[in-house]
Design a protein. Structure first.
Length: 108
């Protein structure tokens, strides 16, 4: 695992992210090595997970390119360059099912 991926995983696990999945996107996307997908039970937890990920990634010396989603969003995206984190509210994740779309890419 890369240092950046490790920083993201540790950060989201610190905030008790649920159902963490890592998708290896290296052979299908020239800009992104990994998607990390997780879920949370509430909007508050979604934002706690995302905020902690941004903080820990920057503390580890990496750059967060941008984030997508607002205060009331039930899906936040944090673009860290080679790792993109998707934090869903549990119900929203069940609707979009990104891990099914990329099922052949699941690492963990």
């Amino acid at each position: 695992m890369s240092e950046l991926l490790t920083a993201v995983i540790n950060a989201i696990e610190d905030k008790k992210a649920g159902n963490v999945m890592i998708l290896d996107m290296q052979s299908v996307n020239p800009w992104v090595d990994y998607f990390v997908i997780c879920d949370a039970q509430s909007l508050r937890q979604i934002h706690a997970i995302a905020d902690n990920a941004v903080e820990k990634v920057e503390e580890a010396g990496f750059y967060v390119d941008h984030t997508e989603g607002g205060e009331e969003s039930d899906w936040l995206l944090i673009d860290c360059g080679s790792v993109v984190l998707h934090v869903f509210q549990t119900e929203t994740r069940a609707i979009y099912q990104l891990e099914r779309l990329w099922a052949d890419r699941v690492v963990r």
